[in-house]
Ligand binder design. Structure first.
Ligand SMILES: [Mn+2]
Length: 334
């Protein structure tokens, strides 16, 4: 770890300002990790960092976290980012489906816990797929640099680990457990409770009702289409909810938003390959990424009827999961 910390410092030596990019539609792990890198570089090297992302933070809990963090974050336009400022990329890698920079864009720092890709122009990469959250990696850097995390940052990092690992129940390494309990004394427990209980807009229940009425269960697989989603994170929220269904091993949830079909996958088994399923579902039409138990993707609608595209994606998913074509799913609710 001290060696990594030295290399990270070398990668930004001489820089006065740096842009810290998160993955699109950032989740708590990305938001917390970006804020942590900014704090780390500011406190140790005096480098001014600007955290930025494309897309929207739409899940109620995540918006509550952003409000609580009170960290200036820049919302970037939808096209790929091209900038001359040194760039750090967090919780994703250049050229992946949810990355704001293409594979050939230089980056001085990339920190991620997803599967390692071929990195072309990255000065310092810390990619550790066996770790459950980027927040864990950033917590390690803070400790190595002997920086105590301020309350808001500690709370965000704790929440980042908690959400990415489902409270240490999936994709969790010893390092995640160590970081989680290291942060515990520094966090604001009331803030965590408030973030976790953030109220959702009415459209959540509208989409939930469509999803529930149409959901089909194929043995240990549940497929649900939420219709036209009120916001992009909706499919992820409903996928998390359906994972609670008894006997379910796989949740496949899709919904149309802003000209694209959003796909959210969840698996209960750590040995599953949700990322592979997401890639099979999008084929060469869109982008997908993720980990063993959690993955997502997007397919452009290209003028197609969302319901028909949802049915096509369902077919692809079931084929990949080896459900025979003549098996008809049971409705979730009669
Ligand atoms: Mn993450």
């Amino acid at each position: 770890m001290p060696k990594r910390w030295e290399q990270l410092q070398e990668a930004v030596s001489g820089a006065e300002r740096i842009q810290i990019l998160l993955h699109d539609d950032p989740d708590p792990d990305a938001l917390a990790s970006g804020a942590a890198l900014r704090f780390l570089l500011q406190e140790t090297l005096g480098i001014e960092g600007q955290v930025a992302y494309r897309g929207v933070v739409s899940r109620a809990e995540n918006r509550a976290l952003v409000d609580y963090l009170d960290e200036p974050m820049e919302n970037l336009p939808p096209h790929p980012v091209r900038t001359d400022r040194p760039v750090a990329l967090i919780d994703t890698q250049p050229g992946t489906g949810n990355s704001p920079i293409p594979a050939d864009h230089p980056a001085c720092i990339v920190i991620d816990h997803h599967g390692e890709r071929e990195l072309e122009r990255v000065t310092f990469a810390d990619i550790r797929p066996w770790i459950g959250a980027s927040s864990t990696i950033l917590t390690q850097y803070l400790r190595t640099a002997e920086l105590l995390p301020p309350t808001r940052l500690a709370t965000a990092l704790f929440y980042g680990i908690k959400t990415d690992t489902r409270a240490l129940s999936r994709d969790t390494s010893a390092a995640d457990v160590a970081a989680y309990f290291y942060l515990l004394p520094f966090i604001d427990v009331d803030a965590v409770v408030e973030i976790e209980n953030a109220q959702v807009p009415a459209v959540y229940f509208h989409n939930l009702s469509i999803a529930m009425k149409g959901a089909r269960v194929y043995d240990d697989i549940i497929f649900a289409y939420v219709g036209k989603a009120g916001y992009p994170d909706l499919t992820a929220e409903i996928a998390d909810l359906f994972l609670r269904l008894e006997g379910v091993e796989w949740v496949i949830c899709v919904g149309a938003y802003d000209g694209a079909m959003y796909i959210s996958l969840r698996a209960r088994n750590d040995e599953a390959d949700a990322e592979e399923l997401a890639k099979k579902m999008v084929g060469d039409e869109g982008s997908a990424g993720g980990r063993n138990t959690l993955a997502g993707g997007q397919v452009p609608l290209d003028g197609r009827d969302p319901g028909e595209l949802a049915a096509l994606l369902e077919k692809r998913a079931l084929a990949h999961l080896q459900v025979p074509e003549d098996v008809e799913g049971e409705p979730l609710v009669p």
